[in-house]
Ligand binder design. Structure first.
Ligand SMILES: Nc1ncnc2c1ncn2[C@@H]1O[C@H](COP(=O)(O)OP(=O)(O)OP(=O)(O)O)[C@@H](O)[C@H]1O
Ligand SMILES: [Mg+2]
Length: 337
């Protein structure tokens, strides 16, 4: 993508959950942007804050969670300043979110056409049913779903078809951004590959941006233009998917990529297991939150938090290995970026 136009600019976004055991710092001062028409993958271990971030972008964090700081700028406006009515309009019309399992998100007693008509009429109460049905039919055809499927109930559809209906519900109001949270977990590998193709087609046809949140790094490699890697509430690395895969910069990304099954791996090679566990986010480590698990950690890493910085054009990383600091010593192990 050469002419990159920003759709959403996120600045210093923080989200906390107020629990019995203390404040959980689930998203901490995160800044990034989503470009128009791009597919951005968001990956990271369980509990690192991916879903929290996705929901925060639509201001859908429920108590005990709370957005404690930040701006989310779309078309020059900070949606954090929107009132409830403006937010209702924003959700669906500008950004919509589809969730992990379409089988539980779709109402089992509603047919496909009823789902789509309802989605239109909730946002546009003046649209009559005939008009909404006509729009639903056009949409469903553009999504490559046969017209006779409009009368099907969710359980009568294949997994891939249900996913497409979910995406259709996201697109029905011409949203500019669809956030898909683990939308493929329940799919088998073949259907998953098909879905990756479909999502790419949908991006081409509708010019929509997609934020795909997943554990599935192989899918993201296949699907995304850019990749954001999250660790313990921070985005630690971001860049074009090929360049992140070819030369991961952050030690966490390196470990993450080494720990995924690879068909090229020969039988004698063991899959890498990252040492340690992700931190408890009520008491995240000082400095870089990854430093207790990092094979390259220096003393500065436990003291000062590194800025998320652009190291080479288009490549952002949050790591002292690539930044200067007066107190910085050399890493003990050579970095092979
Ligand atoms: N409703 C809640 N109340 C308290 N803590 C929460 C709540 N929801 C999430 N958290 C905490 O916030 C952190 C981030 O959770 P989140 O669900 O965003 O992670 P995730 O990356 O989406 O994980 P997964 O890959 O398992 O879906 C975790 O420490 C989690 O325990
Ligand atoms: Mg999640």
């Amino acid at each position: 993508m050469s002419e990159k136009e920003i759709l959403m600019q996120v600045r210093d976004l923080s989200v906390e959950y107020n629990t019995r055991l203390g404040e959980v710092s689930a998203v901490d001062n995160v800044s990034f942007e989503i470009y128009k028409g791009e597919i951005l993958g968001l990956v990271g271990e369980s509990g690192c804050g991916k879903s929290t971030m996705g929901k925060a972008l639509m201001r859908m964090i429920q108590p005990p969670g709370k957005i404690t700081s930040g701006q989310i700028i779309v078309n020059g406006e900070d949606i954090m300043a929107y009132d409830q009515k403006q937010m209702r309009d924003f959700r669906g019309r500008k950004v919509s979110m589809i969730f992990q399992d379409p089988m539980t998100s779709l109402n089992p007693v509603q047919r496909v056409d009823e789902h789509i008509i309802e989605a239109i009429q909730v946002h546009e109460p003046d649209t009559n049913t005939t008009e909404a049905l006509a729009r639903a039919q056009t949409l469903i055809q553009r999504l490559g779903i046969r017209k006779n499927r409009m009368k099907s109930y969710p359980h009568q559809l294949s997994g891939g078809m249900r996913q497409r209906v979910m995406v259709g519900l996201g697109l029905v109001l011409n949203a500019d951004l669809i956030i898909a949270d683990e939308a493929t977990t329940s799919l088998d590998v073949i259907v998953e590959a098909q879905l990756a193709d479909q999502l790419r087609d949908i991006r081409e046809t509708f010019g929509v941006s997609l934020l795909v949140i997943t554990h599935n790094i192989a899918l993201v490699a296949e699907l995304s233009d850019r990749l954001a890697v999250m660790y313990a509430g921070h985005i630690v690395e971001m860049g074009d998917v090929e360049s992140v895969f070819d030369t991961p910069l952050h030690p966490y990304t390196k470990g993450l990529l080494k720990s995924i099954p690879n068909i090229k791996l020969d039988d004698t090679e063991k899959l890498y297991k990252m040492p340690g566990e992700p931190p408890n986010l009520t008491h995240p480590p000082a400095g870089c939150r990854f430093h207790p698990r990092c094979p390259f950690a220096m003393s500065i890493c436990s003291q000062v938090e590194p800025e998320f910085s652009e190291i080479v054009p288009g490549r952002m990383v949050k790591c002292w290995l690539y930044l200067d600091h007066p107190d910085k010593e050399e890493a003990t192990i050579e970095v092979t970026a």
